[in-house]
Design a protein around this ligand. Structure first.
Ligand code: FAD
Length: 554
C-alpha cells in the first residue's frame, strides 16, 4: 500500500475491520427470515483469508518494468499480490463472489501510482509502446465489471491508480468553478472545498470510496442530484491523457462547438485515456440543510407526489420515495432507539390506520432541502402541500436526519449478507414519468416469477430518486437466498431478468452505474445498433491497438 492512498479490503466493501451489525435492530433478523427464509443470527464462517488465495504470478517483463521505474521510481511501481488483487475488481456482487471463491481471473501485472500529469503522460506512452493494456483505477467501487482485464489477455496489464493526484488545485470564486485532480476521494475533496466555504454537492452512496475521475468515467449521480445535477452537469472542463496527446477542455458554461467532446469523455470508462483533473461547478455551503420524512398510503401515491414536486417551484436537493417492501426494510433496519426503528410505534400506526392505510403497503419518503432559512421554509411549504394533496403525512426531521448520518455505512450490509449465503445487488434505470409505475410493477413481477421458476427465495424492492423534468431514476435492490454451488447462475438469472425488464419497459440499461462488461449485452437495445456503431468508431479511432481498458462498454 502507498502511504496516503486509501485502499479497500480485497474481499469486500470499504475498510478492514468495519462491518455491518444488526445488534440493537431487533426487527431486522425477523424481516430477513420472513422475506427470504434466512436466519442471519446463525454462526458464520470467518472472513476469507488472503493466504488461501492462489495468486497467479505477475507477467510484467523486465523491459517495461525498467521504464516504469525510471518514470515513477521503484516505490510507485507495485507488483505485490494483494495490491494486484485489489486492483483487479470493482465491488459488484459478482466480483465479490468470485474473489471470495479465489476465482481471480486476469489480474493486473503491475499497479502504478503516478504523482503528476507529466508522469501519467510518460507512462501511458510507455505502456502503449510496449503493446500493453492500461486500466485507470479510481476507488475500485464500480459495480459493472469496469476494471477487470479481459480473460486470457496475453499482453502485460497495467493498472494506474490515480490516488496521489488528490488536490483541489484552484477555486475560481467569481465563476463558482474548482479545478480538482481526478484521484481525490469524496471526503478528502469535500474537506478541501468546505474549508474554503465551497461544496461540490455530489454524494453517491459510494462517496467515501470513490473518486472524481471514477465519477466522470462512469457518469455518476449523487443523492443530491436534483439540485446539483449529475456529474455530467457538474463537470465543465477536464484534462485527459491519451496515447501521444493530451485533451484539454476549458471550463465553459456551455458551448456550440460541434458534438460535445466533454460528453464523449463522460462515461468513457477508461477507454479514451486517463482523466487527470477536471473543472467542476462548486457552490457556497448552504446555511440550512435538512431532510424531512413523509409517508404515503402506497408507492404509487409517492411516485405521483415526486413527479408533482419536480414540476412545482420547489426545487429540493433530493426527493426519494421507497416502495412498500423497501419501507419495511428501512424500518426493520433502524435501531430500536432511533426514530426509524420506532416509526411503527403505536401513535403513528394509529394515524395511518385512521386514514384507512394498509400498513403492508405504506411508502416512506425523504425530501431534502438546502439554502437560506427563508428559501427552505418556502420549499418545505410547497412540498408539504403536494404531500397532503396526495394523501401523505409528515413525520418530521428525525428519520431523515438519521438516514443522512448513516447512509455511508449501508454498503457494508452486502458483505454481511454474503457471509450468510444471501446475494444482494442493485440495478437502476430511468424512464419518462409516463412509465415509472409500469417499470416498477413489471420488474418486481418478473423477478419474483423468475425466482419462483428456479425455486429460490428472493426479494426485490425499489426507491425512486434523481428526478428530472421528464422522468426519474428507480433503484432496485434484490436479495437471493442461494448459498449453493449454483449461486452465480442464480444471480445471472436475477440480473438478466431485471435488466431485460428495464429494456422492455422504456428504461435505460443504467442511470448512473455505467456499462462495464456487466451491462454491455444490452447496449444494442439501449442506444440502438447505430449508437453502438458510433461508440465503436470512437473507441477504435482513438485507440486502434485496444490498449485502453478494452472490452468495456461495447
Ligand atoms: P473505479 O471503480 O475505480 O473505476 C470505474 C471506471 O472508471 C473504470 O472503468 C476505470 O477504468 C475508470 N476510471 C476511474 N478513474 C479514471 C480516470 N481518472 N480516468 C479515466 N478512467 C477512469 N454510483 C453512483 O453514481 N451513485 C451512487 O450512489 C453509487 N452508489 C454505490 C454504492 C455502492 C455500495 C457501490 C459498491 C457502488 C456505488 N456506485 C454508485 C457505483 C460506483 O461508486 C461509481 O461507479 C463510481 O463513480 C466509481 O468511481 P471509482 O473512483 O470507484 O472508479
Amino acid at each position: 500500500m502507498i502511504e496516503g492512498v486509501k485502499q479497500q479490503k480485497w474481499w469486500g466493501w470499504g475498510e478492514d475491520g468495519k462491518s455491518y451489525s444488526h445488534h440493537d435492530k431487533p426487527k431486522f433478523a425477523p424481516f430477513v427470515k420472513k422475506m427470504v427464509g434466512v436466519d442471519i443470527t446463525a454462526a458464520v464462517p470467518p472472513s476469507p483469508r488472503f493466504d488461501d488465495l492462489e495468486v497467479p504470478a505477475s507477467q510484467l517483463g523486465e523491459a517495461l518494468r525498467g521504464e516504469l521505474v525510471a518514470i515513477l521510481g521503484e516505490k510507485f511501481v507495485q507488483t505485490d499480490d494483494e495490491t494486484r488483487v485489489v486492483h483487479a475488481f470493482g465491488k459488484g456482487v459478482r466480483d465479490l463472489m468470485r474473489v471470495r471463491a479465489g476465482q481471480l481471473g486476469r489480474l493486473p501485472d503491475v499497479v502504478l501510482y503516478p504523482g503528476s500529469q507529466a508522469e501519467v503522460e510518460r507512462l501511458v506512452d510507455a505502456v502503449v509502446a510496449a503493446d500493453g493494456v492500461l486500466i485507470p483505477f479510481g476507488g475500485g467501487s464500480n459495480i459493472v465489471a469496469a476494471l477487470e482485464a479481459e480473460p486470457g489477455e496475453t499482453r502485460q496489464v497495467v493498472s494506474v491508480n490515480l490516488g496521489r493526484l488528490s488536490r483541489v488545485l484552484e477555486i475560481d470564486e467569481t465563476s463558482g468553478l474548482a479545478h480538482i485532480q481526478a484521484g481525490v476521494f469524496g471526503p478528502d475533496m469535500e474537506d478541501q472545498l468546505n474549508s474554503q466555504g465551497w461544496t461540490l454537492g455530489h454524494h453517491p452512496d459510494s462517496f467515501v470510496w470513490s473518486t472524481l475521475g471514477g465519477w466522470i468515467a462512469t457518469r455518476s449521480s449523487g443523492m443530491q442530484s436534483d439540485k446539483y445535477g449529475d456529474i455530467a452537469d457538474i463537470v465543465r472542463g477536464l484534462t485527459m491523457v491519451m496515447p501521444g496527446q493530451v485533451l484539454s477542455l476549458r471550463p465553459l458554461p456551455s458551448s456550440s462547438s460541434g458534438p460535445s467532446v466533454r460528453e464523449m469523455v463522460l462515461g468513457s470508462e477508461g477507454r479514451l485515456g486517463v482523466i487527470t483533473s477536471a473543472w467542476v461547478n462548486v457552490h457556497r455551503l448552504p446555511e440550512v440543510r435538512e431532510l424531512q420524512s413523509y409517508f404515503f398510503a402506497t408507492y404509487e401515491d409517492g411516485l405521483k407526489a415526486c413527479e408533482q414536486i419536480m414540476a412545482s417551484d420547489a426545487a429540493p436537493m433530493m426527493a426519494r420515495v421507497s416502495d412498500a417492501v423497501e419501507t419495511q426494510y428501512i424500518m426493520a433496519n433502524g435501531k430500536k432507539s432511533s426514530r426509524i426503528g420506532s416509526l411503527s410505534s403505536k401513535a403513528i400506526q394509529k394515524i395511518m390506520e385512521a386514514k384507512g392505510w394498509d400498513l403492508e403497503k405504506i411508502a416512506m419518503s425523504f425530501v431534502g432541502f438546502e439554502g437560506s432559512p427563508t428559501h427552505v421554509r418556502y420549499e418545505k411549504g410547497l412540498v408539504s402541500r403536494i404531500v397532503k394533496a396526495n394523501g401523505g403525512i409528515s413525520v418530521g426531521k428525525g428519520p431523515g436526519t438519521l438516514y443522512d448520518q448513516k447512509k455511508y455505512d449501508t454498503p457494508y450490509i452486502r458483505d454481511f449478507m454474503l457471509d450468510r449465503g444471501l446475494i444482494c445487488d442493485v440495478s437502476e434505470t430511468t424512464t419518462p414519468w409516463a412509465y415509472a409505475e409500469q417499470i416498477h410493477t413489471n420488474t418486481v413481477a418478473r423477478f419474483q416469477k423468475a425466482m419462483d421458476e428456479i425455486g429460490v427465495r428472493g426479494v426485490v424492492f425499489c426507491h425512486l430518486s434523481h428526478s428530472y423534468h421528464s422522468g426519474a431514476c428507480q433503484y432496485f435492490t434484490f436479495a437471493i437466498a442461494d448459498d449453493s454451488e449454483n449461486q452465480m447462475a442464480t444471480y445471472d438469472v436475477a440480473k438478466r431478468v431485471i435488466q431485460q425488464s428495464f429494456m422492455d419497459n422504456h428504461g435505460t440499461v443504467s442511470h448512473h452505474h455505467g456499462v462495464g462488461e456487466e451491462h454491455s449485452p444490452w447496449m444494442d437495445q439501449d442506444i440502438s445498433p447505430a449508437g453502438v456503431f458510433i461508440q465503436r468508431k470512437l473507441f477504435d479511432g482513438v485507440d486502434p491497438g485496444h490498449h485502453l481498458n478494452p472490452g468495456k462498454i461495447i
